[in-house]
Design a protein around this ligand. Structure first.
Ligand SMILES: [Zn+2]
Length: 406
């Protein structure tokens, strides 16, 4: 007997991404409304487990008490325990014990599919808590409260979660849309400069791929952003988040089944540099270098006009982002050397599965995909960036020709 039943399961995911300030202040209805209403069983207050990045708890010492006070005033919600602190930064994704602690708390406090996990923190904590939430009971509801520029404008608005395994970033993970994303601009005020600035590399990335007008705006406002202008940051975060969300809903591949991943511009090198640096480099900082590298490569091989290359490098430098780090220089003679950034190309292909597909630019707002990269040209691009970083020359005199490579 040969028979086939072709099963079709149409599913639409809907989740709000709110932009607000002082989410946990008592008069703020947004959080209550986001979690409001009886659970589907109809007769009990939904349980809520709150997990908070230790770094956020240190920057806002009153936050844990504030969260408890907030929920104490909400009879329709039940905070099951004081906020649970977890270590922040990429290392929390590499320590299985941390995920284990979240699973234990979900189990111990009876967080079921009608309850909520609220994750407050930077992108790494949200990735890790999201993974724990998505794998408990095949997925409990997750509310993300991102606290960094990078997570508010990029990682936390999407549909992915992950932890690291086998020494590889994001090796374990699922696609799981959140219940809601609540962006609170007040969390950005205490960020170190490196995190304030680093997150802007994702805004530059998405502007270069999708929105020439947004690139022009970033170019015009780079100095204000570097000077921590809050209004400028509000716009950068909002527009960057909006472009990421439009891509996820409109690209036709929200769960990345194809081998092309257009939003990963600059990321093949970035992921490798993060790992080579032992995560000394933060994601946004590594993405800035990755963008600089791929743009310089594209300029050297004639894809990207030099004028556009100069504008892009100028924006990176005005934002105060490094375009060269020592990890670019190690072991680059041999792409099979795992200490070489060039080995990141192969790791990127493995992670995507299928054919190597790298987004590059032929102009600002004009992405193109390539399937191989010339290693000699990449080495030359690295040399150009090393020279640029060393010169600290005025951005207006950035010329490929002056580097003696054209
Ligand atoms: Zn990224």
């Amino acid at each position: 007997m040969n028979q086939t039943i072709m099963q079709v399961v149409p599913v639409t995911f809907t989740y709000p991404v709110h932009f607000t300030e002082h989410l946990f202040e008592p008069q703020q209805a947004l959080l209550r409304d986001t979690l409001a209403g009886p659970g589907p069983s109809g007769d009990h207050a939904p349980r809520v487990l709150c997990v908070v990045d230790d770094g956020v708890l240190a920057a806002f010492p009153e936050l844990a008490a504030q969260i408890q006070t907030y929920f104490a005033a909400q009879p329709g919600l039940r905070l099951v325990a004081p906020p649970l602190g977890v270590p922040g930064g990429e290392r929390c994704k590499s320590d299985p014990d941390v995920v284990g602690r979240i699973h234990e708390a979900i189990n111990a406090h009876g967080i079921d599919r009608h309850a909520y996990v609220i994750a407050v923190g930077g992108g790494a904590v949200l990735d890790m808590v999201g993974y724990a939430a998505a794998t408990a009971h095949r997925g409990v509801r997750l509310v993300r409260v991102p606290t960094t520029v990078l997570s508010q404008n990029d990682s936390a608005v999407g549909v992915k979660n992950s932890v690291n395994a086998f020494g590889k970033k994001n090796w374990l993970g699922t696609f799981a849309p959140p219940h809601a994303v609540l962006n609170d601009r007040a969390f950005l005020t205490t960020l170190e400069d490196r995190d304030w600035l680093g997150g802007l590399s994702e805004a530059l990335k998405v502007a270069l791929l999708k929105d020439t007008a947004f690139f022009d705006w970033l170019e015009a406002n780079a100095a204000a952003l570097a000077a921590r202008d809050r209004e400028a940051m509000d716009h950068a975060v909002y527009r960057c988040a909006e472009l990421h969300l439009q891509h996820i809903s409109g690209s036709g591949d929200p769960f990345e089944r194809g081998s092309s991943r257009p939003l990963d511009f600059g990321h093949w090198a970035a992921h490798k540099l993060e790992s080579l640096s032992g995560y000394r480099l933060r994601h946004g900082e590594a993405v800035a270098v990755g963008i600089a590298l791929d743009c310089t490569y594209a300029a050297l091989n004639g894809l990207l006009p030099e004028a556009a290359w100069r504008r892009i490098l100028n924006v990176l430098r005005t934002l105060g982002l490094a375009v060269y780090v020592p990890e670019l220089g190690t072991g680059t003679q041999d792409a099979s050397d795992p200490r070489s950034v060039l080995s990141g190309l192969n790791e990127f292909r493995e992670h995507l599965g299928g054919r190597l597909t790298i987004p590059l630019l032929t102009g600002i707002g004009q992405p193109v995909e390539v399937h191989e990269m010339d290693h000699d040209l990449l080495r030359r691009a690295i040399t150009v960036l090393e020279d640029l970083q060393a010169q600290a020359s005025s951005p207006s005199v950035l010329h490929l020709h002056s580097q003696g490579v054209l």
